[in-house]
Design a protein around this ligand. Structure first.
Ligand code: GLC
Length: 734
């Protein structure tokens, strides 16, 4: 009898264990479990084939999940300024959905021009909400490639010429996106500083230029921003493609920076199975496309990390541990995004998001000239306001490449100005025409340039004041992906038109929309100039609010405007430096990029990095330091009073640069190491303080192959721009 009871007890025990195991959810499905346990558990349940599948695309913008285990696929979408319209499964065509119209936020140069990391946080959260609502797990942005040449077609997508400014502005954007359960994908890592020959050009440069100029914004994105994915760029770096590059991906990104996320190719950036396996690639997207066209349909099984990779794993040529690392990273990203049940629901094209877009635009607009105080416009003085220029009406959220958007609305400058000042006063003339937007060809306009110009000049002659809205646009060889500009000049005959307008009317306000610098042959006759970027859905309202004085402009340039192209660093060392010899390119300007070049070589820019005016004036007092000797692990705090001496409230961006008076290796004349944007009421004074430590004094030694801060004398330069230094303080690093 006893034996029977014992057996039935044992049977009951086993059954209950089995049931509890059955009813207890698998760890990977249990959202209360830590992500690392879920990754391990999921990996332990996957077959080799399923692990390999995770590493490649299944469609144009999605990569495989594990259907058998209920692990969803990953959906990705461009871009840095808004969530792109839905794309077809296996081609670049638009799917034609009717529920994917979005908010176009300002291009990132405009965000950078705000010099306000708080704006980045708001921007990142808003675009993250839109990506979340559109059920995207990865947002393919932000871009942080350094502005090295003003000809680069994609500078409008990036954060300017200075690694410190870009580093400070990119972190909050990433955190804002990812708090919505959407992975940001910082791009294009790395040295994709031009579009010409982007698919293969091999970039050679010093370690110093790499570490001091081109990597810091990516490092900040990874180490401070905790970005969950990063996009390898198309180009080569020291002979290896960036999408599978031992130096940048294994040694620096996953080694030094301890990146725990996914490396995703640019679309078509992978070129070899073993290199993809061993040199740090995790997800292969878009192979056999060049970012614009596809030349092999449904090729997913042939991807380098698909069947060829599986074969090498099965044969033992590549150890299974190789795919386990990739699969773990991909699962980690899935648990952070698609399988993260705590993520909010997001929202699309809401009024709140349009308000964010307008606010970023208002904070980023830069007032460059206002010599006769035409601005803010005293509209009651004028009966007729001529608005002239194709950019006053042209849709600028379309085109430009992968950052193209289908918007719920785009308020053009003409619409914004008409809304603000009343239709009765506004008369419009196109003035110049640029042709259609297209990826790979420059389409000429059918309109007659002479008649357009004549009509505009006539209107200007008859009007009280002229608002010219010009600049560049998203055409190929303008501000667009896939190719570079051919010159620094404004296109479509704008220079001649601007000169004519300024001849026939003494009141001309130039409003320029671009993501790049341009030559200004007319500047000496210009009294009023506003750099207004690509602001997106609310462009017209942001511009009208600034011109009307409802918003006091507070933006400052995130990159230098050179007088002429030859004054730029990249264009000072022959073709090998830019655009390269079609195979190789050498960054001979090294660390002297942007103002580092202009200020060290004493080449006066048209408008300097960090420059921007206000409708009020600011006076800086004397700078003081709390001590003059910094120990190696010490700090010093530099303070300076800034006063609003004008009649309206305004914001001022106070900049701190460092000059190393004596160093064993060449250093730029100055380097940005801190900044603060403060708001002051008329008559109000604030003391701005910056605390710096030796990291602000370091340079990357090509000799020691490490960051060094050499003892000796330094100078802190406090400026309203890189060339408008208001105060200096000398101190010594012991
Ligand atoms: C493009 C771009 C990249 C974009 C990707 C997907 O070629 O270089 O920025 O995210 O392909 O459209």
């Amino acid at each position: 009898m006893k034996r029977k009871i014992l057996f039935s007890a044992i049977a009951f025990f086993c059954a209950s264990v089995a049931i509890s195991a059955q009813s207890k959810k698998a760890i990977y499905l249990d959202n209360t479990q830590p992500i690392e346990l879920r990754v391990k558990d999921a990996l332990s349940r996957m077959t080799l084939e399923e692990k390999v599948k995770l590493c490649t695309a299944q469609s144009k913008f999605s990569s495989h999940g594990v259907p058998r285990l209920g692990i969803p696929e990953i959906w990705m979408s461009d871009g840095p300024h808004g969530v792109r319209m839905e794309i077809l499964w296996d081609s670049w065509g638009h799917a034609g959905w009717t529920n994917d119209s979005c908010t176009a936020f300002p291009a990132l140069t405009c965000l950078a021009a705000s010099w306000d990391p708080k704006m980045s946080a708001v921007y990142g959260n808003a675009i993250g909400e839109e990506a979340r609502y559109r059920r995207k797990d990865v947002l393919l942005g932000p871009g942080v490639n350094i502005y090295r040449t003003p000809l680069n077609g994609r500078n409008f997508e990036y954060l300017g010429e200075d690694p410190f400014l870009a580093s400070k502005m990119v972190v909050p954007y990433i955190q804002g996106v990812q708090q919505n359960g959407v992975a940001a994908c910082v791009k294009h890592y790395a040295l994709n500083n031009q579009e010409k020959w982007r698919g293969h050009i091999n970039v050679e440069l010093s370690d110093r230029a790499l570490y001091e100029i081109y990597l810091p914004a990516f490092k900040a994105a990874v180490v401070e921003g905790k970005v969950w994915s990063i996009m390898g760029s198309y180009n080569q770096i020291r002979g290896e493609y960036a999408c599978h590059n031992n130096l940048t991906l294994n040694k620096i990104l996953k080694g030094e920076w301890k990146f725990d996320g996914c490396v995703i190719t640019d679309w078509g950036g992978a070129h070899d199975t073993k290199q993809s396996a061993y040199n740090g690639l995790d997800i292969e997207m878009g192979t056999w496309t060049n970012g614009f066209t596809s030349n092999k349909a449904f090729a997913y099984n042939d991807y380098f990390l698909a069947n060829p990779y599986l074969k090498m794993l099965k044969s033992g040529e590549i150890p299974v541990s190789n795919v386990d690392d990739k699969a773990s990273r991909i699962l980690r990203m899935i648990f952070r995004t698609a399988m993260n049940v705590n993520k909010p629901y997001g929202s699309l094209a809401s009024e709140e998001h349009h308000n964010v877009g307008r606010k970023v635009g208002e904070e980023g607009i830069v007032l460059l000239k206002n010599t006769i105080s035409l601005l803010p416009l005293n509209v009651s003085k004028y009966k007729t306001i001529a608005v002239i220029g194709e950019n006053a009406t042209r849709k600028l959220t379309e085109g430009g490449g992968s950052s193209e958007l289908k918007v719920k609305r785009e308020v053009s400058p003409l619409q914004g100005l008409t809304e603000k000042f009343g239709a009765a006063k506004i008369k419009y003339a196109m003035g110049y025409a640029s042709g259609a937007v297209s990826y790979d060809q420059v389409l000429k306009s059918k309109l007659n340039a002479d008649s357009l110009r004549a009509a505009a000049v006539k209107l200007a002659t008859e009007s009280d004041i002229v608002i010219f809205v010009g600049g560049l646009n998203k055409n190929t060889q303008q501000d667009s992906e896939g190719d570079d500009r051919r010159s620094l000049a404004l296109p479509f005959g704008q220079n001649e038109l601007i000169a004519e307008l300024q001849k026939v009317n003494k009141k001309v306000v130039l409003v320029m929309l671009s993501g790049n610098a341009y030559e200004m042959p007319w500047i000496n006759q210009t009294t009023t100039l506003v750099q207004a970027w690509y602001i997106g859905s609310e462009a017209g309202r942001a511009i009208a609010n600034v011109l009307a004085g409802e918003v006091n402009p507070s933006g400052k340039l995130p990159f230098t405007f050179p007088v002429k192209l030859a004054d730029n660093s990249a264009h000072s060392f022959g073709a090998i430096s830019y655009p390269g010899d079609s195979i190789n390119q050498v960054y001979k300007d090294d660390i002297l990029v942007g103002y580092r070049w202009h200020d060290t070589k004493k080449i006066a820019p048209q408008f300097p990095f960090g420059y921007g005016l206000s409708y009020t004036t600011f006076v800086y007092g004397k700078a003081t330091a709390d001590n003059k000797k910094m120990t190696t692990d010490g700090k010093i705090t530099v303070s300076i009073p800034v006063k609003n001496t004008g009649t309206v409230k305004g914001k001022e961006i106070v900049q701190l640069y460092i000059n190393d008076q004596k160093s064993t290796e060449m250093r730029p004349e100055k380097e940005l190491k801190a900044f603060d944007k403060i708001e002051l009421n008329p008559g109000e004074e604030k003391v701005v303080s910056f605390t710096i430590d030796k990291t602000a004094l370091q340079f990357y030694s090509d000799v020691k192959k490490d960051w060094v801060a050499e003892a000796g004398k330094f100078t802190v330069l406090i400026g309203a721009s890189s060339r408008d230094i208001k105060a200096k303080v000398d101190f010594e690093l012991q």
